[in-house]
Write a protein that binds this ligand. Structure first.
Ligand code: HEC
Ligand code: HEC
Length: 218
């Protein structure tokens, strides 16, 4: 369990006295306790005490996601271009300052490193083939071209895939296939997801989940 720096009462008192000003919003507090509005539930409840996600619930890891990407997703939940009955009301209940603060907070949190993957290694299995080689006969580029070697993510807008639960990754690919996630301006992912078979979605999701280095592994 996370340890909190203030007793609840003090924190509540502080929240009442503090004017609603950006500089007073603490990202960690939003993450662990939620925003000022009750509907802005504490992120830790679902995304885990260390923001590493919880596969069983399909809750993604937030630790280490670039803050512009996180802000973009919160915007998409608010506008409905990414639909989620769970996240939409939460994103809507956060203030601008809370969104900024929590995005900056999670971006800096540590997360397990992805295993080193050499792109010249012989790709084996449907998931690895797609990840490292793509399927150019169907105009599907290799995932690592945008998501980085090992799926570690690139820059502010290409999110990491490694270290995300397979259940979450496949749910997102399905969301693009069915059009409930359509926040990607150039439809890069929409095109890719619609070109994948069910078996490929499953295989590539399991491949990226499996890339996270387990305790003690090199
Ligand atoms: C009740 C559970 C729950 C709570 C509380 C919650 N989330 Fe989520 N979150 C989810 C689920 C489920 C998803 C996946 C939504 C989907 O299917 O698209 C998600 C997805 C996200 C994503 C997208 C991640 C990605 O890789 O694209 C972000 C960002 C996010 N949540 C931020 C937050 C923040 C910030 C908070 C706290 C203010 C929060 N969440 C609280 C359940 C929760
Ligand atoms: C041309 C670049 C490009 C390629 C190639 C690509 N992606 Fe993406 N992917 C993106 C972008 C951009 C996003 C973020 C979209 C957004 O902002 O919501 C994304 C997001 C995702 C997400 C959602 C991650 C999250 O945290 O919610 C998944 C899952 C994903 N890609 C899987 C794949 C897979 C699997 C492949 C290979 C078959 C692949 N991508 C290839 C550009 C690409």
């Amino acid at each position: 369990m996370p340890r909190f720096s203030f007793p609840t009462t003090l924190l509540a008192l502080f929240a009442c006295l503090a004017p609603a000003h950006a500089s007073n919003v603490d990202g960690r507090t939003v993450y662990e306790r939620g925003g000022a509005k009750p509907a802005a539930t504490a992120c830790a409840t679902c995304h885990g005490p260390e923001a590493l996600g919880m596969g069983a619930g399909g809750f993604p890891r937030l630790a280490g996601l670039p803050s512009p990407y996180v802000l973009g997703q919160l915007r998409a939940f608010r506008s409905g271009t990414r639909s989620s009955p769970v996240m939409q009301p939460i994103a809507a209940a956060l203030s601008d300052a809370e969104r900024q603060a929590v995005a900056a907070y999670v971006a800096k949190l540590p997360h397990p490193a992805a295993r080193k993957v050499d792109r010249v290694d012989k790709a084996q299995g449907a998931g690895e083939l797609l990840a490292l080689r793509g399927a150019w006969d169907r105009n599907i580029p290799e995932c690592v071209a945008c998501h980085g070697p090992g799926g570690v993510g690139v820059g502010d807008h290409f999110p990491p895939l490694s270290g995300q639960p397979a259940s979450y990754l496949s749910a997102q690919l399905d969301a693009w296939r069915t059009g409930t996630r359509k926040n990607d301006p150039d439809d890069l992912m929409g095109h890719i997801a619609r070109s994948l078979t069910d078996a490929e979605v499953k295989a590539v999701a399991e491949y990226f989940e499996g890339l996270t280095r387990k305790e003690g592994e090199q």
